[in-house]
Design a protein around this ligand. Sequence first.
Ligand code: GA4
Length: 364
Amino acid sequence: STTPVVVRQETPPPPLPLPPSHDGIIGIPTVDMSAPGGRGALSRQVARACAEHGFFRAVNHGVAVAPAAGPAARLDAAARTFFALPPHDKQRAGPPSPLGYGCRTIGFNGDAGELEYLLLHANPAAVAHRARSIDTDDPSRFSNVVNEYVGAMRQLACEILDLLGEGLGLKDPRSFSKLITDTDSDSLLRINHYPPACTIQKLDHDNQCKMKSSFRIKTGNGVNQSAGARIGFGEHSDPQILSLLRSNDVDGLQVLLNCDGREVWVQVPSDPSAFFVNVGDLLQALTNGKVISVRHRVIANSCRARLSTIYFAAPPLHARILALPETITANSPRQYRPFTWAEYKKTMYSLRLSHSRLNLFHID
Ligand code: GA4
């Protein structure tokens, strides 16, 4: 039959405790990038959030995120147009090897999620090349939108990294941002589309994107607590330096935060006007563990589609990743052996998504 099957709405996962907040409002560390109080206070706040949680919500960040105009709105519109295409047309931009259009499969080692995505190299030449199979009517329209967004993201990432450099008291506070502004930077842009949970079987039926509700999280030790925990994107840390995530108003992101010495999964309420900032593995290595690469995941249970866009700020492939001298003291000796980003990438692609890969570079 061609009748769409609507999946029974399942109980959402139990609410999770929130850690103490920096702003006292929603329990998620929040940094107001335009707060009065001066650059010194702001840089200390950024450094504190990165050190304690490896994660924060950046508000008043200066990037136009109005629903109808600006680089974010234009990128979202282009993404929606692409994801609404028939499956065959979307497949033209894939398979993800590792870049391109992907549906359900993540990486090369058996990881899967209930999403479809576009993974693009942030460099304009690569964007132009890929755009030919993404917007066949007008490829330059798509590349212009992506380049404009990536430009805004690079600027925001540099601003945050410079504040971090200042907050950590580095001799050259630009040490981190210099790595990502290099013309050979290996930064990426990822656009994730999590279809509505209630139409998964319909999608399956239409063969739009083969998705089954087979990935479930076992939470706690209670019976049936796993009900509804549909894994959109499994637990992992981001390998790069810094990630900037923006989503529509559909929840799903969860971060593993330290709350009074205990690790807890915290639901991050969506905020389309904000950027969520994740510290990546490389930044943890560059700071000798002074800031921490946050583990996060997406549980997409909503009846509405979640759309998220993540800019992964990365250095050039040949960049040597070595903790900055200021982060090494007698009490805090060097933790990681030097490596190049190319070497780190090779390792990360050989492992599962959830692997704590930075540990492999730890000096015993
Ligand atoms: C996680 C963060 C980014 O989404 C990503 C992912 C990448 C991919 O989807 O190709 C990886 C994953 C991510 C880390 C381990 C490997 C590689 C999937 C995977 C199983 C684009 C990235 O850079 O690393």
